[in-house]
Design a protein around this ligand. Structure first.
Ligand code: DOR
Ligand code: ZN
Length: 406
């Protein structure tokens, strides 16, 4: 006989035929909540798991388990590692760690250029069978010729260019948005053009090459407009933004490295344009840019801390609390943003992948409870709805709430 609580089981993003009622019952009976919501496995196309090279910041084991706790069953990892996956041999080092330690599906990107230095193309052909696309994330490809050559080869190989867009010349030592907060507090700002200037350059190259092109973490209103026009023109372009860009603006910054990431949280008009882009389909997906660093690296204030915040354990609760619950974003659209669109764009299959949540649970974000080794998040202390009880990947339980909180 079914567990009596199963009548309080909901599928807010739509039915998932592959859900095991036994697993859901187990989640229900082991928690003290009255109802649960089941979601198809989320997919994040932009995370940093830091292995090989920087395991003190995060490992594939901690990053993938943290993702499972966030309801994610598939992620794509960025190549700013040591060694950088820019050759078959270097990529194999990363793949071996993933095969050994990942509890969910982890798909690497290969670098566009050797060492992400922007000087020489990586072995795009050799890496192609084992990656989801090419990225020099963490920095923009400065040379037009280099990007054009990369796009031509990526086009021939049928894989996307996944672009971190940033014009180095325009950075001028900035580290937060070049807006009201920077002015008021005497900080050096990063102008919006450093992002959209390179998107505009790339779109011209996409026009010439026809490559599949995906823009990482867009943060400015001008970027939204450029991509809207490119789509109307019929270019094969997609893009992502992050929860923090949709929920916060620079008026909420604090004098703390936990508010520092690249690109930075922008102004109110940017936030509103991003939301509009999410609603009208210009922005295809939400990715976290989960970028863990050590406590020490994040403890040096806005100017001196490393760029990057964690996000994989708070993405769904933040989006649910700030956008879905108030009626700004529908669950249906959130499914497209977190599940269908990223999986379709990057060819990431869905097995029996789902997570089970108590949506009534509301807690202050406590980074000490994170599974991730990184604790820096601007959402620390914010009250968020949604607690993940269980995550299943390929029919196997990969996260269960009790495991973590004992
Ligand atoms: O904030 C960021 N952190 N932006 C990036 O582009 C890179 C990332 C990192 O690797 O820490
Ligand atoms: Zn980036």
């Amino acid at each position: 006989m079914a567990h009596s609580k199963l009548k309080n089981l909901a599928y807010p993003m739509g039915e998932c035929s592959f859900v095991s009622s036994a697993a859901v019952e187990a989640a229900l009976s082991s928690s003290n909540c009255n109802s649960v919501a089941v979601f198809p496995g989320f997919c994040d196309v932009h995370v940093h798991f830091r292995e090989p090279g920087f395991s003190y910041k995060e490992t594939v084991a901690t990053g993938s388990l943290a993702s499972a706790r966030g309801g994610y069953t598939a992620v794509c990892t960025m190549p700013n590692l040591n060694p950088v996956p820019d050759s078959v041999e270097n990529l194999e080092q990363q793949l071996a760690i993933i095969r050994r330690d990942a509890c969910i599906h982890v798909y690497p990107y290969g670098a566009i250029t050797v060492g992400e230095k922007g000087e020489e193309l990586a072995d795009l052909e050799g890496m192609a069978p084992n990656i989801k696309g090419y990225s020099d994330d963490g920095r923009g490809v400065q040379s037009d010729e280099m990007m054009l050559a990369a796009m031509r080869r990526a086009k021939a190989l049928g894989l996307p260019i996944v672009a971190h867009c940033e014009v180095n010349e325009l950075l001028r030592g900035g580290y937060i948005h070049d807006g009201e907060y920077a002015k008021a507090h005497g900080h050096r700002g990063i102008c919006s053009e450093s992002e959209w200037g390179q998107i505009a350059r790339d779109l011209e190259l996409v026009r010439q090459t026809g490559v599949k092109y995906h823009v990482c973490h867009i943060s400015t209103k001008e970027s939204v407009e450029l991509i809207r026009k490119a789509k109307a023109e019929g270019l094969d372009v997609t893009c992502e933004t992050g929860p923090h860009y949709l929920i916060m603006d620079d008026s909420e910054l604090q004098e703390d490295g936990w508010f520092k990431m690249n690109p930075p949280i922008r102004g109110r008009e940017d936030k509103e344009a991003l939301l509009q882009g999410v609603l009208d389909g210009t922005i295809d997906m939400i990715a976290t840019d989960h970028a863990p660093h050590s406590a020490e690296e994040k403890s040096k204030g806005l100017e001196k801390s490393a760029f990057g915040i964690v996000g994989i354990e708070t993405a769904f609760p933040a989006l649910y609390t700030y956008l879905v619950k108030p009626g700004i974003l529908s669950f249906e659209r959130l499914r497209e943003l977190l599940v269908t669109n990223p999986r379709k764009r990057f060819g990431i299959p869905m097995g029996s992948d789902y997570s089970v949540w108590d949506l009534e649970a509301c807690e202050a974000v406590d980074p000490n409870q994170f599974i991730s080794k990184g604790h820096a998040t601007p959402f620390a202390g914010r009250m968020l709805y949604g607690k993940c009880l269980l995550t299943v990947c390929d029919g196997k339980i990969v996260y269960q709430q009790e495991d973590h909180h004992g």
